[in-house]
Design a protein around this ligand. Sequence first.
Ligand SMILES: *Cc1c(COP(=O)(O)O)cnc(C)c1O
Length: 353
Amino acid sequence: MSQFWSPVVSGLTPYVPGEQPKLPNLTKLNTNENPYGPSPRVLDAIRSATADTLRLYPDPSASALKQTLADYHGVDPAEVFVGNGSDEVLALAFMALLKHEAPLLFPDITYSFYPVYCKLYGIEYRQVALDRNMAIRPDDYRQACGGIIFPNPNAPTGIALPSATIEMLLAQHPDVVVVVDEAYIDFGGESVIPLIRRYPNLLVVQTLSKSRSLAGLRVGLAIGQPELIEALERVKNSFNSYPLDRLAMAGAIASYEDEAYFQKTCSAIVENREKLVQQLHTLGFQVLPSSANFIFASHPSHDAARLAAGLRERAIIVRHFDQPRIRQYLRISVGNPAECAALMGALAELVRG
Ligand SMILES: *Cc1c(COP(=O)(O)O)cnc(C)c1O
């Protein structure tokens, strides 16, 4: 606290991202980064953009990237918004579309940035409990609200809702915006982007951080009807004209031009995940059905916090959330085969003693 702070700053509870320790030889399975690097074509494109032209401002409307995304997803460029990571896209969506009289609804167990944005913007919210199986139950959202947001697949559970279920939710709430945060959609979920045609209240948010291995480049996007996109543009242009730099746009475009690499690395992660789940079962872990690049697991006879500490002693970091309902779970990012093997070796020691 300081006399110089504005009142809003004193009241904030900032989001705490997963740690990024700078130790060598660490098996880092705590922030859902992609174990496979970005496509070599992305790196080439960034190198080519690293030129004298960096003295010039980037295109404030990011037209080339929007056109690439529109072509890729079969929508119009006017239905695409881009930002500095999907966290920024989400932040702008909270301000532009989710701040209303009635409370915003989201799951009790979900991406912990949502309540942080609500506090920042003074948005009232209500958390809707996941069901006993840790799944989102759409019927529980049948209540007056100013908007709805959830990740699909949900984080940190990894559980995906089928597109038809989300469509039901959209039809039940025609008067409010429903934001579907598809950060992990490429690892097995079904994107609802095709539903924007029929649902003007749907905004789909995606990121290049996870499935495209570009967490360090900071590119996120939203897709929805032009009316929703215009709201985001209005807020963006009242805040920062150039959220995406020249290198980020060049790299992002190149990523969508290497579909083969994208498919190959996504499949490898899904394959590693399925193996990991089987091995965890052998050690007695219970694992929620994951459609993401992480798994959410608990052990009936081993405390999750102690397991996390034991892994850390063995230079493996995973995420543990000290919060009601999920204290006994570990969220483990799916690594490459060597990382998965290191994890399983350490867990076997910890569980079998
Ligand atoms: C990782 C993540 C994001 C943010 O990704 P960016 O790196 O900011 O693009 C958004 N939503 C969920 C649910 C995430 O897990």
